[in-house]
Structure formats: C-alpha cells, structure tokens
Ligand binder design. Structure first.
Ligand code: SF4
Ligand code: SF4
Length: 302
C-alpha cells in the first residue's frame, strides 16, 4: 500500500483548538457536524437511522443483540427501520427537533454491508438535500463501495480501527466475512487491516473527511494506539476518537480504561492527530444534540 505525505489541507493540523485552522472546503463539511467540534455539538444535532442490521465482522467486544431500549452504547437500537420508515423518521424529527444538520447511519450492524444504507441515503438526499450525510463503518468494504459513497455525497465517514498490526488485530476480531468466506485468525486480521487502511486512503483522496474511532482495550491495544494514530494520519484521517472499552462479550472480563489512562493516550496522540474528546458513544438510533438522546422517548421514537 502506498502512503501519502501530502493530505488535503484540512487534515494538516497540529492542534485542533479552532475550526478556523481547517481549509474552507473541509470546514464547510464539518462546521455544523456535532462530532467534529465541541462548539457545534452545543448548537447542532444529528439523527442516526438504524437501517443496517447485518455485520461482516465479529468484534470480541460486541454483542450482536442490538434490540435494547434502555442502554446507551454504540450498536443498539429499539427497532431496525426500513428505508422508507427511516425517511418518515427524518421528517418527523426535523419537524420537532431544532437544528438537526446531520443524518448518520451507524448500525446497528455494518452500514456498508447493508444495501438499505444506500437506499436510505438516496431517499434522504432527494427529500432533504440540505442535510449532511455521515456514516460509520468498520472499513472492510470501504474501497469496494467508494463509488456509491461519493455518488451519494457522503462527506464524513468514521472508520473504527483498533489495530494496524494484524498480530494485535487477531486478538480483537474473531472472524471476518469477506467475499462469501468466513476468515479467522491472522488471515482474517491481515485482510481487515489491509482493507481498512486502503479504504481510509482512498476515501481521503476523494475529499471525504475521515474520523477514526479506536476502542481502547486494556492489555490488548493500549500500547498500540499511538501507532494507529500515526498510520491513519499518514493515510489522510483528520481526527482520532479514542473510546473506552465497554467490557462485554469475549472482553467482558477486561477492566475498562480509567478516564486518566484514556486522557494520557489522547494527549500523546494529540501531537500526531487532532483528538475528539466529546464522543458520547451513541446508540444507532440517537436523535438530537449529543447527550440529549432522552429526547427519543419524548418523541415517541422508542
Ligand atoms: Fe459489532 Fe460494529 Fe464489530 Fe460489527 S463491526 S461486530 S456491529 S462492533
Ligand atoms: Fe458522534 Fe461519538 Fe455519537 Fe458517533 S458515537 S455520533 S462520533 S458522539
């Protein structure tokens, strides 16, 4: 894989204190996106559409039972919506919740592995062209789907990268389903890491703003996050979001990192790539400003 030294100007930040440091093109894409700026998070909201139930990975920290009403964590939703239902939800929400600027698809499975993701974005683009489209992905299919992504004008993508070294990745993923075959062990890890990194590079070259999420997993990747930061920055990612492990499934026995441990790693990585520090580890059906998802119940969306 080739690496890039010159990235689009918006990514070449040594600090991420003021959005004015971004180039105008990149700034336009993120200035009203609550996940890219703490200031924007106070003013603007997002709606996540839970239209993507299937997943092509088995992460050792993920419970694939997504049907949870009372939990706030990535990948849970009270209901999976069909694309037309999702469109109706957008209409309902923007009529009742002010300042929704972003429509995101973040699960409950892998958005790129579900054709409903693209159908939903198509419908949203036709009905609500002013809303920005955003998605999160495990990155496995990013290169393959890049034309559909750019055609739909999806301008921001979050890719979860928990390791750039397959020897570490193989401890995090139990299986990878790729091109009709279930891969395991080191082979699975090699394919996943290669696809994630080439996906980030290709998407960044297309001008898509890439945020990388890294789940900080004590005893597994805690000494590896800086290497991840350097690699993804070199490939064109703009922001790194170090998220604490929520211990469940095969990692249920692990102790999550303390706030101090996470901050120390974020501070270390901040010398390499801007850090997102206000992530709320949202549900796949989150609505509103970050941290105000209780509105779901008030809106009758649960
Ligand atoms: Fe769960 Fe996401 Fe991993 Fe799929 S990619 S297993 S939905 S955490
Ligand atoms: Fe933004 Fe984090 Fe919530 Fe994703 S999980 S919408 S990055 S705050």
């Amino acid at each position: 894989m080739k690496t890039r030294k010159h990235l689009h100007a918006g990514c070449d930040l040594s600090e991420w204190k003021e959005n004015s440091l971004w180039d105008p093109g990149s700034l336009r894409k993120v200035q009203k996106h609550p996940c890219y700026s703490k200031k924007a998070a106070h003013l603007f909201g997002r709606i996540h559409l839970p239209v993507a139930p299937k997943c092509n990975l088995e992460c050792n920290y993920c419970i694939r039972e997504y049907d949870c009403i009372n939990e706030t964590r990535p990948g849970v939703t009270s209901k999976v919506l069909a694309p037309l239902e999702a469109l109706e939800r957008v209409a309902e929400v923007i009529s009742r919740v002010p300042n929704i600027t972003v429509v995101g698809i973040a699960g409950p499975g892998e958005p790129l592995f579900n054709p409903e993701t693209f159908e939903t974005f198509r419908l949203v683009r036709e009905e609500f062209p002013r809303l920005k489209k955003c998605m999160s992905s495990n990155g496995l299919l990013l290169v393959e789907k890049i034309h559909q992504i750019t055609e739909l004008d999806i301008q921001t993508i979050t890719v979860t990268v928990n390791a750039v070294n397959p020897l570490i990745a193989q401890r995090i993923y139990s299986s990878v389903y790729y091109r009709g075959i279930t891969l395991r062990g080191l082979e699975a890890a090699r394919v996943l890491v290669e696809k994630q990194l080439s996906g980030i590079e290709v998407a960044a070259e297309k001008g898509i703003i890439i945020k990388v999420n890294t789940v900080l997993i004590p005893t597994i990747n805690e000494d590896h996050v800086l290497e991840i930061a350097k690699k993804v920055k070199m490939l064109g990612a703009c922001v790194l979001n170090v998220m604490p492990l929520i211990p469940q499934h095969k990692f249920a026995h692990l102790t999550p990192p303390s706030g101090g441990e996470r901050k120390a790693i974020q501070d270390q990585c901040a010398a390499v790539i801007p850090q997102m520090r206000h992530c709320r580890q949202c549900r796949a059906d989150a609505v509103g400003r970050l941290g105000e998802d209780s509105q779901n119940a008030a809106l009758g969306l649960e």
